[in-house]
Design a binder for this molecule. Structure first.
Ligand code: RP5
Length: 167
């Protein structure tokens, strides 16, 4: 009997409400054929779940963590403090401050515990997945080819000139 390989990417988020943003990371991983486990792990509401996840993430077989959170967004930094895995943080667009609170909370890590911080919202979620793919592709030629093909498709989808009739 062969055991299925554990998913290499963990996509964690602080709340169900973050899924509207983080699904873009998940969809990008899907498009690249990268398995992931998506979980709600709140630094504030489920701190014990965060500790268990982050301390066990490497042993569980994950290679990269993508962490999305909004507002006082401690999740990526706290996760990074408890795992040696690379952590990419996605600032979720908050209602009160349009995600600027999330961005500053995630990006301003003191020296010593890094969080690779992406843009606010959908762009950050997509790019977190692409960065995770680039990391994994260093040791996976098949994935490297899929990532290159993804980028080629993106280039080919850009028109030479703007459509003057488009809104
Ligand atoms: C953060 O609080 C979550 O990451 C989310 O972005 C924000 C709001 O959470 P909900 O009140 O919508 O559950 O912890």
């Amino acid at each position: 009997m062969t055991m299925a390989a554990p998913p290499p990417v963990a996509v964690i988020m602080g709340s169900q409400s973050d899924w509207a943003t983080m699904r873009h990371a998940a969809e990008t991983l899907d498009a690249l054929g990268i398995a992931y486990d998506a979980r709600i792990v709140s630094a504030h509401r489920t701190p014990d779940r965060l500790v268990a996840f982050a301390k066990g993430a490497k042993a569980a077989g994950f290679r990269v963590v993508i962490a999305g959170a909004g507002g006082a967004a401690h999740l990526p930094g706290m996760a990074a403090a408890m795992t040696p895995l690379p952590v990419f943080g996605v600032p979720v667009e908050s209602k009160a401050l349009s995600g600027q609170d999330s961005l500053l909370s995630i990006v301003q890590m003191p020296a010593g515990i890094p969080v690779g911080t992406l843009a606010i919202g959908r762009a950050g979620a997509v790019n977190a997945a692409l960065l995770a793919a680039a990391v994994l592709a260093l040791a996976d030629d098949g994935l490297a080819a899929r990532l290159e093909a993804w980028r080629t498709r993106q280039s080919e989808a850009v028109a030479e000139r703007p459509d003057p009739g488009a809104p």
